[in-house]
Design a protein around this ligand. Structure first.
Ligand code: FMN
Length: 294
């Protein structure tokens, strides 16, 4: 299926883009108008774009259904300050409730049951329940269009972060990604949730180059058993490994004994074993298993 975005209706365009450009982190933005009325709304058109200077951007868009603009947008134009509160799993339903189109005079802190806590540098209050709150000043705004669905960028400089000590690592120095149960928005009503079980690490050497897929020996590169992820792990070593004579492995030995009469079967077994080792993050061992055939 190939889509020409200009030919789609705004609703269809929104559907396809939001389902594919996902998951998106959620900025729970607290803003205030010139009369001091507070607004609290979630925005998933949001991300970090620079750390030096620290810049966060979110977009309260024009509504697709009636082309109206949002109170959060009006507020940052009046008072260019915002607190970006990070949404985690324990608060996701309340954050969603805050997205209702309440009239301007209605405070979503009250409607959604959050506690307003004074910020230290800016006027909008922070969400006490949020594990991470970032006080920001609005540097610039940018209107992206005049019709329904058009974004309005709010470019913020992050000034001060407040972090719940409960999400810090044991040394109390950094955020432990396993302790912050982040949620993110996908297409339609779908969200996803970070849990220790669904987190995984991908090793990325910053300075040393991986050998690359094109440097993998042909039988490995064209394996019917190893997946793209497996090959990616194998090709991320800094130099092509060689056979390590001290490598001892019981299962490798039995594969050799059992399949010695059938080279094709043996290759399949070795690749299956290597795939399992790679799934367990054992790249060195997987290489030794694969090299055993050479
Ligand atoms: C998780 C979530 C993410 C949302 N992301 C956006 C967004 O990025 N941009 C947007 O315009 N509206 C977004 N919405 C809808 C707004 O939150 C909603 O229109 C907003 O609360 C309007 O409030 P306001 O007029 O008081 O600013 C989102 C809603 C939810 C529940």
């Amino acid at each position: 299926m190939t889509l020409d975005l200009v030919a789609l209706s705004p609703v269809e365009r929104q559907h396809f883009l939001q389902a594919a450009i996902a998951p998106r982190p959620i900025c729970f933005a607290s803003t205030i108008d010139a009369e001091g009325r507070v607004n609290l709304s979630p925005f998933s058109f949001f991300n970090l774009f620079s750390t030096n200077p620290p810049i966060l951007i979110f977009s309260p868009s024009r509504r697709v259904r009636d082309n109206t603009t949002k109170h959060s947008w009006h507020n940052v134009l009046e008072i260019p300050e915002v607190v970006i509160n990070i949404v985690d799993y324990p608060m996701v339903q309340q954050a969603s409730l805050a997205s209702c189109d309440y009239p301007k005079e209605v405070n979503e802190f009250v409607k959604a049951g959050f506690t307003a806590e004074p910020a230290t540098l800016v006027r909008p209050p922070m969400v006490k329940e949020s594990k991470v709150k970032i006080e920001c000043r609005v540097l610039e705004t940018k209107v992206l269009g005049e019709t329904g669905g058009a974004g309005n960028l709010v470019i913020c400089e992050a000034l001060r972060m407040h972090i719940d000590p409960a999400i810090l690592d044991d040394e109390k120095k950094h955020i432990d990604q396993r302790r912050l149960q982040l949620v993110a928005r996908l297409g339609g009503d779908w969200y996803c949730r970070v849990t220790p079980e669904n987190l995984f690490a991908v090793e990325k050497p910053n300075t040393r180059l991986g050998i690359g897929m094109d440097a993998l020996p042909d039988p490995i590169r064209h394996s019917k058993t190893l997946s793209g992820n497996h090959l990616g792990q194998l090709a991320n070593v800094h130099e092509l490994p060689s056979v390590d004579p001290s490598f001892e492995d019981e299962r490798l030995r039995s594969i050799f004994q059992y399949y010695s009469v059938s080279p094709d079967e043996m290759e399949k077994e070795l690749h299956t074993y290597a795939a399992q080792l790679l799934d367990a993050g054992k790249v060195k061992e997987a290489w030794q298993v694969l090299l055993a055939l050479s």
